[in-house]
Write a protein that binds this ligand. Structure first.
Ligand code: ZN
Length: 414
């Protein structure tokens, strides 16, 4: 699948040192230091293309954009893969509800997502992969689970035995009661008769007569959700031929993907590759609106494309989202957007002055803030302080260098 256009990322001058990144790992509930490497492998779960791009999506992809930017600033290569769940029940249900072809709906939403990501200056994935185009990979991954004896049939549907992975459950740390509730809420079927374990995950299901279907050694059908990410990540971020202890460095997504999606895709990957899946599990908080959870069912989603069509500067959206720590759940409001637009304008005004306050310290502070669990609010505070110093007449800085550093590390083009 075509990704969105590559971005120019200014290079940070070499005299600025980038400390090792410390990052919260949701699997161990602790801050871990990211080992310094020449190349990092990142897999971030993508959208199901029927409601793109709301601010929750934007906040999630912005988080991993910050991560990519910091790793690139250390001089490392970043191999970043994102999927698109372009065949799944919610997509088919939406297409049926609206009386449109499911493929046309998916294509239009993917196109919108690309243009929104581009406007928000999100670094495009090295590989942007749709499930439909990756079907042979997905079928191959299921075959490997089957050969490992980790699958069984209920009627004609194939399930993965989650307990085949001895580490199942160690990434989400949920009680059985909580896990069961989330599993049912998020597309699972804990109560289906014939399952060996309520949490076993569907990997291949027989399509209903009027639904799209693909040929496979297990009959005609289509894949479950979790196996697609295992298959795409292991193929495009392949570490089977090298000495890496883990298949990938980072698994990322919104915090609503911790369970069951990331637990299941990691368990399946473990059986397929024989290696633990990700070194770090990183999750972004959820975005609400005016005191309520932002959700499809409440009908209160705020779309990036709509804000831009109304004349909002995409950089103001970016600033507003960066002004809260990525792990925190956040209440979006018009006021937060207005405040961000004013602050961006203030930074632009100060950067355009002939003499500006010293910039060496503020750049160092931005780097230090981001190295500390991607603390973007602290980075923005450092920029505010610099604006104040410039406004108060301090001189001796290099506005161009600061502008390029903000673009490089925070993705805000000024
Ligand atoms: Zn995924």
């Amino acid at each position: 699948m075509k990704s969105w256009p590559e971005l120019y990322i200014p290079k940070l001058p070499e005299r600025f040192h980038t400390p090792a990144l410390s990052l919260f790992d949701t699997a161990t509930s602790s801050i871990l230091t990211v080992a310094e490497k020449n190349k990092y492998r990142i897999y971030v779960c993508g959208i199901t293309p029927y409601d793109a791009t709301h601010l929750g999506h934007a906040a999630t992809y912005l988080t991993f954009d910050l991560l990519c930017r910091y790793l690139k600033a250390t001089g490392a290569e970043v191999l970043f893969v994102q999927n698109i769940t372009d065949i799944d029940d919610p997509l088919l249900e939406r297409a049926a509800r609206d009386g449109v072809d499911w493929q046309e709906l998916a294509q239009s939403q993917i196109e919108l997502f690309r243009s929104d990501m581009s406007a928000l200056h999100i670094i495009p994935p090295s590989h942007y992969v749709g499930v439909v185009e990756a079907m042979p990979l997905v079928v191959n991954a299921i075959s490997k689970l089957h050969e490992a004896g980790a699958t069984y049939l209920v009627d004609q549907d194939m399930y993965f035995r989650v307990k085949a992975d001895p580490e199942y459950g160690t990434r989400s740390h949920l009680t059985d009661i909580d896990a069961r509730k989330l599993f049912a809420e998020r597309g699972g079927d804990p109560d289906r008769a014939g399952k060996e374990d309520p949490f076993d995950a569907l990997v291949w299901l027989t399509s209903k007569p009027d639904q799209p279907t693909w040929q496979s050694p297990f009959g005609f059908g289509r894949p479950g959700w979790h196996i697609e990410c295992s298959a795409i990540a292991l193929h495009y971020l392949d570490t089977s031929q090298d000495a890496s202890e883990y298949s990938i460095d980072f698994q990322g997504g919104g915090s609503d993907l911790i369970f069951p999606h990331h637990e299941m895709s990691a368990a399946q990957s473990r059986i397929i590759s024989g290696k633990p899946f990700a070194r770090h599990y990183v999750h972004a908080g959820m975005i609400g609106l005016d005191g309520e959870k932002m959700s499809k069912s409440l009908g209160n989603l705020v779309f990036v494309s709509r804000l831009i069509a109304e004349g909002t500067d995409p950089m103001a959206i970016r600033w507003a989202l960066l002004d809260r720590h990525y792990r925190e759940d956040f209440m979006w409001s018009n006021e937060s957007l207005k405040k961000a637009a004013l602050e961006i304008e203030n930074v632009r005004v100060n950067l355009s002055k002939v003499d500006v306050a010293p910039t060496e310290t503020v750049i160092t502070e931005i780097i230090a803030a981001l190295s500390s669990d991607l603390d973007s609010p602290k980075a923005l505070s450092a920029i505010r302080n610099w604006c104040l110093a410039t406004h108060n007449g301090e001189v001796g800085g290099n506005a161009g260098e600061l502008s390029r550093a903000i673009d490089s590390l925070l993705g805000i083009a000024l």
